[in-house]
Design a protein around this ligand. Sequence first.
Ligand code: FAD
Length: 422
Amino acid sequence: MNAPVTRRNAVLGIAVAATSLAAPSILRAQSAGRVVVVGGGFGGAACARALARADAKLQVTLIEPNQTYISCPFSNEVIAGLREIEAQQFGYDKLAAGGIGIVTQAATGIDTQTRRVTTGDGTTFGYDRLVLSPGIDFHFEALPGYDAASETMPHAWKAGAQTLLLRRQLEAMADGGTIAIAIPANPSRCPPAPYERASLIAHYLKSRKPRSKVLILDAKDAFSQQRLFEKAWKELYGDMIERVALSQGGRVTSVDPTTRTIVTEFGNYTPDVANVIPPQRAGRIAAIAGAADATGWCPIDPVTFESKLVPNVHVVGDACLGGGIPKSASAASAQGRACAGAIVNLLAGRAPDAPRLTGVCYNVVAPGYGFSLSGNYEPRGDIFAEVEGGATSPVDAPRELRAREAAEAERWFETITADTFG
Ligand code: FAD
């Protein structure tokens, strides 16, 4: 039986009935320039948009299971009650209006031999080039007990229901309670964001539940912008935030959701609220495509973002092994756009240009108090390396600069979401 063909797919002529896939070369010859993008987050949506803008003749299809994307950047503000989740939500209407075929399904299978993607409803999509930007999934095997724990010990590392659950738990906690934040080792999504979260939770507690504590259980000894964070914590929150680093036994080795116990190398903790962020790997579809290696992440050629493991498949965003580039929305969006440029060149038989990517990361530790880190990255061998031109906020900056950087963070969010989602 043929797979269903939706109206939009039929219009675009890109859905391929399952029984007709025996002759992929003929199909490709009939419709060259088909690019399928899996994942409509910062990397995938930016890539799809840049592809459609670069070449109106390309057939660009974006496969994403959710009608609305919920942004992780600024979701720590939602947890701390400073912002509502609605401000985090973005639809795909503008992308559709720009000629991109939006398929509201999850990709469930990828055949890299015949170059086709299957979605949850059984439809298949042929491609000349495939872009994967599925973000992260959790590496449950690396944290025994967690696979059944997200309802009691929310990670809130994918924005949405988890963000709101953690906020509700925080709101329900009595004054004098402890919230523990368990932070995994790198590589992980947005390395500074757990510390920003600790800061904003402390901000919430300071005014509402001042006898409470934030306990950070950390699988790292050092972290990004550490001096800036620690100075801000002292200045704003006194000793409300306590951090147990890796060498002090901070690495979480297992959890027990029935007793809300967090087990570390040096002892057990039973906090009132447990925000456990598990170790991560590339979104599952990357492994299904054969693009993820033993690390769980996807090695790529940094000039084209093409997978080192499967041809004609490109990986951008958190899922790829980007070398020196932190896993951030800023990087994902820049990678998505650079990857689009490379694909347009490859399809036209031209050599792709080596990209120079720039990224900026803002941390807001209280309303009106922010700092930033920016970097430039270029391909060096198999990875991206940081090159000159990056900057970090000075540790001893006046409060006016902190206020200015907090305002810039808001503008950055408005700009990147407008650039990505329209
Ligand atoms: P995502 O944005 O997660 O998008 C992946 C998309 O793929 C999702 O929409 C998902 O539904 C879809 N998908 C997954 N599997 C499939 C499938 N099988 N089929 C189809 N679709 C699929 N970054 C910053 O730059 N600045 C910040 O201030 C910042 N703050 C953050 C705060 C927090 C609390 C967190 C957790 C992260 C933060 N980040 C920040 C990081 C940022 O959110 C990620 O780096 C960014 O979202 C990565 O983009 P992506 O496209 O790789 O993945």
